[in-house]
Design a protein around this ligand. Structure first.
Ligand SMILES: [Zn+2]
Length: 378
């Protein structure tokens, strides 16, 4: 049911297609995050118009509210939220491990209290898989242990061992033939641990491989180094997913290191805050400099917001607290990243990715940025 076809390679980058029960995912791809069965401020038809062919759902949030049973009764997450293309669900691991004060971790699983009502829960690899099978996503993720950076070598080692044991349990529990299961490589910034974790995941065998535990406070160079270490380890015939990365320059650098899939809350969350990607770096539309700027957010962008509205108008909407400000800015940021991965894909297929990368990065860094991105803040 799942098939990954590698169509072209260029300068370390790959163009492929991942066939799922809800359509073909053309890679490289950016996946908008729909935490609570909704991509904030966007309707499914708008996402489709922007060109999204896969979005994320969040197991932790949907397990707590409305509950996987209700989503299953509705006919699964696709029907429940009115989205007919592919969905990837995360395992809930990242959220549970973010609740530092609220959890107790054992080899069995993680005890935590709900951020919604304080109720006690125990998430295990088996429960995470059961919930994801009820949600009925096209791609499920293994429940893994994420460590914060900087991490001690021993703490990271123990998280790697637990992640591998849990990956085995997820593989054994998983039963839906119409759902792919991806393993997640951990290992913080320790090359040996990263390589070993990837190799042992490949021995278990998954339909795709994710790189977790990055974009959580390390430098961009440290992230790229880890991708360089993992690139020769990961099977060419499977999709590779870098979790939680959504800055345009990080995406292009990761694509050039063989990564196929990305997700991040950055474009949606930043959009609501007025921080917008442009081909010449990011801008904060609330700045006074844009008060009389009647040009579009990005003259090179063909999204609905850029075709119809000016920076001055969108700045005004933000200042006035209009909901339309969040909608237009989210629309633009998602369009920007989805279009960026589409252009990268076309350049890989044409054999011109090296030039594309050089041109994009030089333009992106031209004006600096209004806001400095802090990894891990996403
Ligand atoms: Zn735009």
């Amino acid at each position: 049911m799942f098939e990954f076809n590698l169509l072209a390679e260029c300068g370390g980058a790959r163009a492929g297609e991942f066939v799922t029960p809800h359509g073909v995912i053309e890679t490289p791809v950016f996946m908008p995050v729909g935490t609570q069965a909704a991509v904030k401020a966007m309707s499914p038809d708008e996402l489709a118009e922007i060109g999204a062919h896969v979005i994320l759902g969040n197991t932790y949030h949907l397990y707590l509210r409305p509950g996987a049973g209700i989503v299953a009764e509705a006919g699964g997450l696709h029907k429940f939220m009115g989205w007919s293309k592919a969905i990837l669900t995360d395992s809930g691991g990242f959220q549970v491990f973010s609740l530092a004060a609220l959890r107790k971790v054992t080899d069995d699983g993680v005890e935590f209290r709900s951020h919604v009502d304080g109720s006690a829960h125990f998430m295990t690899p088996e429960l995470s898989i059961d919930v994801q099978e009820k949600l009925g996503s096209d791609i499920a993720m293994c429940f893994d242990e994420c460590v914060k950076l900087p991490a001690e070598e021993a703490a990271s080692r123990s998280a790697v061992e637990r992640t591998l044991k849990w990956a085995q349990r997820c593989r054994e529990r998983h039963s839906r033939a119409d759902q792919a299961l991806f393993g997640i490589a951990q290992g913080a910034l320790f090359d040996g641990q990263r390589v070993e974790c990837a190799r042992r995941l490949i021995e278990i065998g998954f339909e795709g491989y994710a790189i977790g535990g990055l974009s959580v406070g390390e430098s961009a160079d440290e992230m790229y180094h880890t991708l360089d270490i993992l690139e020769p380890e990961l099977p060419k015939g499977s999709p590779r997913y870098l979790m939680g990365v959504g800055m345009p320059d990080n995406i292009i650098e990761a694509v050039s290191r063989g990564v196929d899939m990305f997700d991040c809350v950055l474009p949606t969350r930043n959009g609501r805050n007025g921080t917008l990607f442009t081909s010449e770096g990011s801008v904060n539309i609330k700045n006074a400099a844009y008060e009389r700027d009647f040009s579009p957010i990005d003259a090179a962008c063909e999204c609905y917001a850029c075709r119809n509205f000016s920076r001055a108008y969108i700045r005004h909407l933000h200042k006035a607290g209009e909901i339309l400000a969040s909608r237009l800015c989210t629309w633009h940021n998602l369009h920007f990243l989805i279009n960026l991965t589409k252009r990268a894909r076309a350049a890989i297929i044409d054999g011109t990715f090296r030039d594309f990368r050089a041109r994009f990065l030089s333009s992106w860094h031209r004006n600096g940025a209004d806001d400095v991105y802090i990894p891990g803040d996403a």
